[in-house]
Design a protein around this ligand. Structure first.
Ligand code: XMP
Length: 332
């Protein structure tokens, strides 16, 4: 639409003015629509003075890192640096069960990893001093949307529901200036902008996935073992949703592991004492409000049977039938 064309043009001008002729920017790609679209706009504005950084924090879903590397680079040709930071995030998260503390820890570590990446990128340019105007990497591009700003409590008219990792979770002593071209937009508008920019459907129509990843879908402490359990259950749920052709009918479907809860079950002729997972299928326009999705019973049955058969530590599958409000979409 015309509005979206205008927004892209306007943002390109604004970014050029903000970053200047010699500034460089790095962009954290999360694998989601928002950061991908933000990166694509900034790339239009400053070309190869943008370097994208994908932080593999070990909290991603199965196959996700590989998918980001493949799809995004193929679509944009952008310079992408993948940082394996699993060890670092998991040790930072050790012992933390409180949702806000998790979010703040993840937000802080993200920035630390970006700062390290920036130092490395700079070092790379130092030995080719003729690098085009590349004396500074001072900008951090983020795909922050309007609802992130509102829900993280950013001033007048905002609330304080949770600290989205990219807003309330930023450390105070951060040494990068933010570039946030999507800050006034809602998700459906971002998708229109993405289409406008020619990004492929696999990116533009991806369901939302939170920056803190599976870290906020494990209720209780985040450990590698728990992540592996959740990754398996989540992969099964996603596979069955895709197989049933329901991907575009739901906004997203978090799978949540109640890691501190156990219940008694029976399997074969033995007693089990495993963990429940919660399926959280929702429909929504903009994530500000949501309704629980009425999934077909046969799909729910398939998911439940497969998860309890294939994921040894999970012996119970439940469905969350709470709208937002009063529930939020994610459990933390
Ligand atoms: P809630 O749980 O607040 O989620 O109803 C609304 C939407 O935002 C996503 N979400 C996040 N996205 N960083 C993100 O990039 C975050 O920290 C974050 N927390 C929640 C959530 O998946 C849903 O689509």
């Amino acid at each position: 639409t015309w509005t979206m064309v205008n927004i892209v043009e306007e943002q390109i001008e604004a970014i050029r003015a903000q970053v200047g002729e010699n500034g460089r920017a790095i962009c954290g790609l999360s694998g989601g629509v928002d950061s991908a679209v933000a990166a694509a706009i900034v790339q239009r504005a400053i070309g190869d003075r943008l370097t994208c950084v994908y932080v593999d924090h070990g909290l991603m879903r199965q196959g996700e890192t590989e998918q980001v590397e493949r799809d995004f680079v193929a679509a944009t040709g952008v310079d992408l640096k993948v940082v394996d930071a699993e060890e670092r995030f998991l040790s930072a998260l050790a012992g933390i069960s409180d949702p806000e503390e998790k979010r703040k820890t993840i937000g802080r570590e993200f920035i630390r990893v970006f700062e390290a990446a920036r130092a490395e990128i700079l070092a790379g340019f130092a030995d080719q001093s003729a690098a085009p105007g590349g004396d500074k990497v001072a900008f951090l591009v983020q795909g922050t949307l309007y609802p992130d700003v509102v829900e993280s409590g950013g001033g007048a008219g905002t609330s304080n529901i949770k600290s989205h990792h990219n807003v309330g979770g930023l450390p105070d002593d951060m040494d990068l200036e933010l570039v946030e071209p999507l800050r006034t937009l809602f998700k459906d508008e971002v998708r229109q902008v993405g289409e406008q920019l020619g990004l492929p459907a696999e990116i533009v129509h991806r369901q939302p996935f939170p920056g803190p990843g599976l870290g906020i879908r494990i209720i209780g402490e985040v450990t590698r073992e728990r992540l592996d359990i959740l990754r398996e259950a989540d992969a099964i749920a996603r596979e069955e949703m895709t197989r049933a052709g329901l991907d575009r009918d739901v906004w997203q479907m978090p799978v949540v592991l109640l890691a501190d809860v156990r219940s008694v079950g029976v399997q074969g002729d033995g007693r089990t004492y495993g963990h429940p997972v919660v399926l959280r299928p929702v429909t929504s326009e903009d994530a500000m409000t949501a309704d629980w999705a009425r999934l077909p019973y046969d799909v729910l049955e398939k998911i439940s049977t497969r998860i309890t058969n294939e994921v040894r530590e999970v012996n119970r599958v439940t469905v969350d039938i709470t709208s937002k409000p009063p529930g939020t979409i994610e459990w933390e």
